[in-house]
Design a protein around this ligand. Structure first.
Ligand SMILES: Cc1cc2nc3c(=O)[nH]c(=O)nc-3n(C[C@H](O)[C@H](O)[C@H](O)COP(=O)(O)O)c2cc1C
Length: 198
């Protein structure tokens, strides 16, 4: 079993994967990568009965946590909220002696119907994607994790096949850079999106 600088846990949530084009393509690019545990929450917990201890053990065993999901109602699909509410326990993830996630990386990989022009001041959605994800950012920081700017595939409903192929390759390179510690965390932009891994 090869050793990597970081083991990555991808927490994947899509409530209608059979109709997914974008997340399915992104999933296929990374789900069998060495050093990556791809954990499909809707497949494992179709009844939302999340096994808190099993999820905490998975977190303990990894150095970076990625939420991958389609952007729904300016937020995550419901199971990711349920997962946060149950798994990130006081005294374990935060609070006095709640230090189990300290120092891990936390990233978001999402797909959105809207494009960059919609996610800006004066645009259709008024706020940037990064601003809309502030609750996740604060949650990660409260738990002592390092927040990475979102990796977003936008115009998800109209993206051309060849663009989606490129986006999936970029996603894979992004996870490779996290895994192999070649991502220069200090050189990342302070706002915007991380979505160019040429
Ligand atoms: C219930 C629902 C809510 C959505 N909310 C948003 C939204 O808030 N912002 C947005 O840009 N797109 C929104 N969309 C579009 C999805 O983000 C888009 O369909 C998805 O990213 C495509 O990925 P997929 O091919 O993997 O399903 C929404 C779609 C659905 C079904």
């Amino acid at each position: 079993m090869p050793e990597f600088d970081r083991k990555i846990l991808v927490l994947f949530a899509h409530p209608g994967l059979e109709n997914s084009r974008c997340n399915q393509a992104l999933k296929e690019a990374v789900c069998e990568m060495s050093g990556v545990t791809f954990h499909d929450l809707y497949a494992v917990y179709p009844d939302f009965a999340i096994n808190v201890k099993a999820e905490q053990t998975l977190l303990t065993d990894h150095d970076a946590v990625i939420f991958q999901f389609p952007f729904y109602w300016y937020s995550t699909p419901a199971i990711l909220k349920e997962w946060q509410d149950l798994v990130l326990e006081h005294g374990w993830a935060y609070g006095q002696e709640g230090n189990q996630l300290q120092g891990k990386l936390f990233g978001v990989v999402t797909t959105s119907g809207g494009g960059p022009e919609a996610y800006q001041r004066g645009g259709y959605n008024h706020y940037t994607m990064n601003e809309l994800l502030h609750p996740l950012e604060r949650t990660a920081i409260l738990c002592g994790m390092r927040w990475l700017l979102p990796f977003a595939v936008q115009h998800a409903l109209t993206i051309e096949d060849h663009e989606l192929v490129e986006a999936a390759k970029h996603y894979r390179r992004y996870l490779e850079a996290i895994r192999d510690d070649t991502l220069d965390l200090n050189a990342l932009p302070e706002s915007g999106l991380i979505n160019t891994f040429a």
